[in-house]
Ligand binder design. Structure first.
Ligand code: ADP
Length: 395
């Protein structure tokens, strides 16, 4: 038995789970928020109880030290050495870090060199790794990349039809994200189908604030909807997903804004929020649409159509699919959205059972017995996937 910590560091936050491996049992979880600001919030969840403290935390290293001291105070660990490995979620590994790895000096240098590919995420992820290295110098830190699972994509899927030297000189290609989730969910789906991963084709719909679809053929990602950045693909909470790239120049002229500002609109003011003008939160849109709000319904429909388009295209690309799976905040919880997507795929012989679909946050088969493709809800668990890789690389 080993205690492994899974960490997700953001610019001012640090989320963690401590897991007992290989049993994959959650020991405790928590989050430190508002790091570097006044009144940081430190929350630990233990045995269903929530312990919250408000205290100034200057930086991530202080947050890590506080967190570990707290684990000792709460008798969760007797000493820091009990933690046998720390796994960090890192958003982008580019084409240089293509699978989970123990982080040494060389890996830090590579991560620093690719910060500009995902500045909002990789920078903070790296700060998290360095903070743990400082406080736990003897314990191995492992990086687990959102992009790694997609490195099996064939050239024809990841290559953009742009001048080839953009790819060779500037690493312009599709990378894909949410890989840890797509991998976890597709592995679990194979188990639910009673098959080995290499015996089935699965289409995973990870629909949360960020959302992406993945074609998993015989256990490997062969295409996914996010691209060079997490902006490509389907519309999301605030992201547009695919648009005509010529729109950027046109809107720069119309609004007298820079390319950066227009890209910011596409990332932060679009998707559910942009179309509905109401909210980026799916619950608000579902509520408003039930009250007859047209633009809320439209925002949901625009996304549902695009998701159905991707599913159909991946079904054809993989020459069939054994299962379509929903996961993440919306995929796990929003029954009407799942129904809205699947009803558009009748031609594939797939059908949802409304009673089975009437569920939230649970693992379940939701298709009818006659459906030609099985449809499941499978709650994602990126932390377990991170802990599995960390255990493997530290033992
Ligand atoms: P991310 O991790 O990308 O920030 P999540 O996977 O947590 O996002 O998903 C957040 C989304 O899930 C929000 O739009 C939220 O409204 C939605 N969601 C959560 N619970 C429900 C629910 N019961 N019904 C509909 N949507 C829900």
């Amino acid at each position: 038995m080993a205690k492994i910590m899974a960490v997700n560091a953001g610019s001012s936050s640090l989320k963690f789970q401590l897991l007992d491996m290989p049993s994959e049992t959650l020991i405790t979880s928590g989050i430190v928020e508002r790091i570097g600001m006044k009144d940081s919030v430190f929350t630990v969840k233990l045995n269903g109880q929530k312990i919250e403290e408000i205290i100034d935390i200057d930086n991530h290293a202080v947050a890590v030290k506080m967190l570990l001291d707290k684990l000792i105070d709460l008798n969760i660990i007797a000493s820091f050495e009990e933690i046998e490995g720390v796994g960090h979620r890192v958003v982008h590994g580019a084409d240089k870090l293509t699978k989970s790895c123990v982080v040494g000096e060389e890996e830090i240098a590579i991560l620093e060199s690719i910060i500009d590919l995902a500045p909002l995420h990789n920078g903070p992820n790296l700060v998290g790794i360095k903070a743990f290295q400082e406080i736990l110098p003897k314990i191995k830190q492992v990086a687990v990349f959102d992009t790694a699972f997609h490195h099996t994509m064939p050239e024809e899927s990841f290559m953009y039809a742009v001048p080839y030297d953009w790819y060779e000189r500037y690493q312009v290609r599709k990378y894909g994200f949410h890989g840890t989730s797509h991998q976890f969910v597709s592995l679990r789906t194979a188990e639910l189908l009673g098959k080995k991963p290499e015996e089935c084709n699965v289409i995973v719909c990870h629909i949360g604030n960020g959302a992406s679809i993945c074609a998993v053929k015989k256990g490997e990602s062969v295409d996914t909807s996010m691209g060079f950045t997490p902006l490509e693909g389907i519309p999301m909470g605030t992201r547009s997903g695919n648009v005509d790239p010529a729109l950027v120049e046109y809107m720069m002229a119309k609004k007298n804004k820079s390319a950066k500002e227009i890209t910011n609109y596409l990332n932060k003011q679009s998707g559910y929020l942009g179309v509905s003008g109401l909210s980026s939160d799916s619950r608000d849109l579902v509520d408003a649409s039930l009250k007859g709000n047209h633009r809320a319904q439209l925002a949901i429909d625009v996304q549902a159509k695009r998701i159905a388009d991707y599913i159909a295209s991946y079904y054809v690309y993989m020459e069939g699919a054994d299962a379509i799976v929903f996961t993440a905040g919306i995929g796990e919880n929003a029954a009407p959205t799942r129904e809205n997507i699947i009803k558009r795929l009748k031609v594939l012989g797939v059908e949802i059972d409304p009673e089975r679909n009437n569920c939230r946050g649970v693992e379940r088969l939701i298709s009818t017995d006659d459906s030609k493709i099985k449809v499941f809800v499978v709650p994602t668990n990126e932390e377990v996937m991170i802990a599995r890789d960390t255990l493997r690389l530290t033992h």
